[in-house]
Design a protein around this ligand. Structure first.
Ligand SMILES: CC(C)(COP(=O)(O)OP(=O)(O)OC[C@H]1O[C@@H](n2cnc3c(N)ncnc32)[C@H](O)[C@@H]1OP(=O)(O)O)[C@@H](O)C(=O)NCCC(=O)NCCS
Length: 126
């Protein structure tokens, strides 16, 4: 009998909380039935504010954080996007986290290095 390991591709589940909170969008990155990451995005009208990005500890450094950010940009990148960069992972320094966000077009504001913005991108797929 063949023995094999099947990796189920991660999928996103939209968990917009409730109609009256519809400006808050939460997505879980799923691997099969298991939640391995999440992103929370708040529609602030002027911009889409990324409130939370998180990958579970034992799944980090496998490209899932990148996948989550690319997903958010594909979905909301036509609008201005913003976030506050603050690492809760002691192995991931603040400056490395900023470089991570730089890769997706986020730049620190001059008056507040932790506040990062990405310009509205009319060519974004969304
Ligand atoms: C930030 C976070 C979402 C990144 O998720 P991830 O799945 O590890 O990210 P990726 O695997 O896509 O890594 C992308 C790149 O980020 C950088 N990176 C990620 N973790 C790193 C670490 N511990 N140290 C240094 N660089 C790191 C690397 O450049 C990496 O690319 P590489 O692996 O090819 O070198 C994850 O570290 C996390 O959940 N952290 C805790 C929550 C947090 O602090 N969120 C940010 C709130 S603003």
């Amino acid at each position: 009998m063949n023995v094999y390991i099947k990796e189920i591709p991660p999928t996103f589940i939209d968990e917009s909380i409730a109609p009256r909170d519809s400006h808050i969008h939460r997505f879980h990155l799923m691997k099969g039935e298991v939640k391995i990451g999440k992103i929370v995005v708040v529609d602030e009208k002027q911009s889409m504010y990324i409130q939370e990005v998180d990958v579970v500890k034992n799944q980090r450094r496998k490209g899932y954080g990148t996948m989550i950010m690319e997903f958010a940009i594909e979905k909301y990148g036509k609008r201005k996007m913003s976030l506050i960069s603050a690492s809760s992972d002691s192995k991931f320094s603040e400056s490395k986290l900023k470089k991570f966000y730089n890769k997706f077009g986020f730049k620190s504001r001059k008056d507040d290095q932790d506040f990062m913005e990405r310009k509205a991108d009319p060519y974004s797929k969304a």
